[in-house]
Design a protein around this ligand. Structure first.
Ligand code: SDX
Length: 384
């Protein structure tokens, strides 16, 4: 019987791999929901700690549940001495994204009960991972520029503490609120490439530390989490806002991808980018010349890209485009953008791991073999 032509979906485009109740991404309408709550309502009303609880437990916490969860997160901010030593040793000579991955991986040194794969045990591990990844970002940010390590402050919110560990100074409330919103917007996004990498690894029962290490590895790429840094570098390369349109036109004529635009699922404006654009516009009266110039370039690039490729090609700004000027306003070096993305998305990777393990099925896709078959083995002395 004639063998049926296998149906191949490059990059798993359009393929559903599982069912989930964590996150809905509506690519046609440009809507995003975490456990049924819109990203707009969470960005406006919630906090990163509350969103972590929502993603992990599937419901908004009561006041006492949130207080207890927040206390547990703060308790876990300190890093194992082995992890700190590793970061200090490598920070000046290692890419911050690679070092974030290595440091996250080292956290398994804490885990004595690796055989307990229960939901409760993985939630406790998730709290450790969420909290300690933020401290890892702080440590890398300091050690890579030969500054002393700033110990986490247990009296600060998650967002405040990240900024404090990076800068060594107590952040202003406006900065803390903005950082908190950045963390919320980046926390989760269904089965994106890094979350899928996490699930594939989790499905072998390798454990949550291995799973999230796979996730942070995938996030680094400029087609995924690394786009925020690449987009800012493009804005810096443009330099003068009056060069924007020519630069973008040149890139498009060379069939280059403009970083921070396009998305596999959103075929309209990424709702997170819409929120970030508004935040960036509202920062103008409180920005230095560098951020003002970056903002003008970003707005002019966005206008041109939307005119040229928006409705016609379904290529719109995504979460990564406006992030760079905002992180710059927050005083965060571009090398730390993606480690912060990883710190925020840690909760999404953990929530999906826990949910998927409830009905675990090993990922093992097929490929259509197009090579040779049944070749005769020629001894090496007879080969030409
Ligand atoms: C994130 O998946 C998620 O949810 C990810 C994320 C999350 O929160 O986890 O939302 C975060 O990763 C956002 C995306 C960040 N990446 C970038 O900004 C990098 C630039 N964008 C592109 O590389 C691209 O848009 C992707 C990778 C994001 C999506 O690409 P697809 O769906 O695989 O589409 P494609 O690469 O096949 O492109 C289709 C066409 C191509 O043209 P043709 O070859 O058909 O002529 O659109 C063009 C592409 O060249 N195109 C672009 C473009 N993106 C796609 N052209 C110019 N600039 C771009 N940015």
């Amino acid at each position: 019987m004639e063998q049926e032509e296998p149906k191949i979906s490059e990059g798993l485009k359009g393929v559903y791999i599982t069912k989930s109740s964590i996150c809905k991404v509506d690519g046609e309408k440009g809507k995003l929901y975490f456990r049924g709550y819109s990203i707009e309502s969470l960005a406006k009303n919630s906090t990163y700690e509350e969103v972590c609880y929502l993603l992990l437990y599937g419901k908004l916490p009561t006041r006492s549940e949130l207080d207890d969860f927040t206390y547990k997160l703060r308790e876990e901010r300190d890093l194992p001495k082995e992890t700190l030593r590793l970061i200090k040793k490598l920070a000046e000579k290692t890419d911050p994204n690679d070092l974030t991955r290595t440091a996250i991986s080292s956290l398994s040194v804490l885990d004595k009960e690796t055989t307990d794969n229960s939901k409760e045990a993985n939630i406790q591990r998730s709290i450790k991972l969420i909290s300690k990844t933020a401290s890892i970002v702080g440590a890398i940010s300091r050690y890579r520029t030969r500054k002393r390590y700033v110990k986490p402050d247990m009296n600060m919110t998650h967002a405040q503490n990240i900024l404090y560990m990076i800068s060594g100074k107590r952040p202003l409330d406006k900065a803390s609120k903005l950082m908190d919103t950045m963390l919320i917007l980046h926390a989760e996004h269904s089965t994106n490439a890094s979350t899928f990498a996490t699930l594939v690894t989790a499905s072998t029962l390798a454990g949550i530390y291995s799973a999230v290490t796979a996730g942070v590895s995938a996030l680094k790429g400029p087609l995924h989490g690394g786009a925020d840094e690449a987009a800012l570098e493009m804005m810096k390369e443009i330099g003068d806002p009056n060069n924007t349109e020519k630069f973008i036109e040149d890139e498009l004529s060379k069939k280059e991808r403009v970083m921070g635009f396009g998305h596999r699922v959103y075929k309209t404006y990424d709702p997170r980018a819409r929120i970030l654009k508004e935040y960036l516009e509202n920062l103008q009266n409180d920005s230095n010349d560098e951020v003002k110039k970056l903002t003008q370039i970003a707005m002019r690039a966005e206008k041109l890209m939307v005119e040229k490729l928006g409705a016609s090609h379904g290529i719109w700004p995504n979460v990564d485009f406006f992030a760079g000027p905002i992180y710059t306003w927050l005083g965060i070096p571009h090398e730390i953008f993606d480690p912060i993305f990883a710190a925020s998305r840690m909760v999404g990777w953990c929530a999906h791991t826990i949910e998927y393990l409830d009905n675990n099925v090993l990922f093992r896709p097929l490929e259509e073999y197009i090579g040779k078959e049944d070749l005769e083995y020629i001894p090496i002395n007879n080969r030409v």
